[in-house]
Ligand binder design. Structure first.
Ligand SMILES: Cc1cc2nc3c(=O)[nH]c(=O)nc-3n(C[C@H](O)[C@H](O)[C@H](O)COP(=O)(O)OP(=O)(O)OC[C@H]3O[C@@H](n4cnc5c(N)ncnc54)[C@H](O)[C@@H]3O)c2cc1C
Length: 328
């Protein structure tokens, strides 16, 4: 009697048979059936059919072209600080810009108005320290936010002190068909936690960093970081704020999603290993042994309770990756 092969195994063998064509001749590091959930700040969730770290822009370009031609979805993973990977993982290829070719910063030592080119895989927190050391302002408002530059641009990361958009001059984007184009800040139409990024991979950003007093700059970085530590549960496994702050139609201003969650009585509530933070209601943390499903179920419950209590439908900020497609 013929044995039924599980769908996941069939998918895997299909990918394995085409993989030679996809990247065997490319300068990449590749892992098949890669556990990507543990690479996120939630440290939970499933696997990707393939995790690929290209070692050059050319390798990334060819990979994108070939995946596009073969109909294989491509996702890009930054530092995983705004991401939840579903327990059953994702199909297709996950790309990481974590090789030196994507982690270079071309410092503009002439101190003129030319923007500084920063690779998409550069770690934001390290970059902020380095800019403060060099006396370059433009990023101190983001102190304490875990991100790669690519992820910070995609999410327009920010907070009470400002956002990423305010220092972006332009970006270099690799489209899913492997074309490289430059988009200006105006093209990206930045807004609150919003960036109109076309489908593709940010490979570098050109940021406006200006000469500034290093002592004042370091003091500002410290102030922003201290504020963040005081108000947010930075030590919990989370993906930052689960929901965007909604606009209050009566004032046109954004109101705190955390406060709405608090008013709906959800602070401290839990589901399996997931819990609503006591420190900040918009953070859903995860204990050891908890799953992505626990987080999703609790997020859904929070959304429902806030709606029942205030009539406001919260919009998710955290990106969820599941089997349903790329670039959700
Ligand atoms: C403790 C904690 C505190 C946080 N505080 C804040 C805060 O104060 N303010 C705030 O805004 N956010 C905050 N966040 C969320 C997170 O830090 C930001 O959203 C950050 O920008 C995510 O960047 P990343 O590199 O980790 O992206 P990931 O989480 O890896 O990815 C997020 C999205 O960006 C896409 N992406 C990543 N890299 C690229 C690229 N090169 N090209 C195209 N798309 C890309 C991914 O495909 C995904 O859709 C916090 C998170 C944590 C865990």
């Amino acid at each position: 009697m013929l044995q039924q092969v599980p769908t996941s195994e069939r998918r895997m063998s299909t990918l394995i048979t085409v993989k030679e064509k996809l990247w065997s001749d490319l300068d990449v590091e590749a892992t098949l059936d890669a556990p990507i959930g543990p690479l996120t700040w939630y440290e939970t969730g499933g696997r990707a059919e393939a995790l690929i770290s290209p070692k050059s822009v050319k390798a990334l370009q060819l990979l994108c072209q070939r995946c596009d031609e073969s109909g294989i979805p491509v996702r890009v993973l930054g530092s995983g600080a705004n991401l939840l990977v579903a327990d059953d993982g994702v199909d297709g290829v996950v790309v990481r810009c974590n090789q030196p070719a994507f982690q270079e910063t071309l410092w503009n030592d002439l101190q003129n108005d030319t923007p500084t080119r920063i690779g998409a895989g550069v770690d934001l927190m390290g970059l902020i320290q380095e800019t403060a050391r060099r006396g370059l302002s433009g990023l101190s408002q983001l102190a304490g936010i875990p991100a790669t530059i690519g992820g910070a641009i995609r999410m327009n990361a920010g907070g009470s002190y400002g956002d990423t958009a305010q220092s972006v001059h332009s970006i270099e984007l690799m489209t899913m068909s492997g074309k490289i184009c430059t988009l200006t800040a105006a093209d990206l139409d930045f807004g609150y936690r919003h960036c109109a990024l076309p489908a593709g991979i940010v490979i570098a950003a050109h940021l406006n960093l200006c000469a500034s007093d290093p002592i004042a700059l370091r003091a500002h970085v410290k102030e922003v970081f201290e504020y963040k530590k005081r108000t947010q549960p930075m030590g919990d496994r989370s993906a930052g704020c689960m929901f965007k702050n909604p606009v209050d139609p009566s004032t046109g201003k954004r109101e705190s999603a955390g406060k709405l969650i608090d008013l709906a009585g959800m602070k401290g509530k839990s589901c399996g290993g997931a819990f609503v933070s006591e420190k900040h209601g918009n953070f859903i943390g995860l204990r050891d042994g908890g799953s992505a499903n626990d987080v999703l179920a609790l997020a859904f419950d929070v959304q429902q309770q806030v709606f029942d209590h205030s009539g406001i439908q919260l919009e998710r900020e955290v990106v969820i990756w599941s089997q349903r497609g790329a670039f959700q």
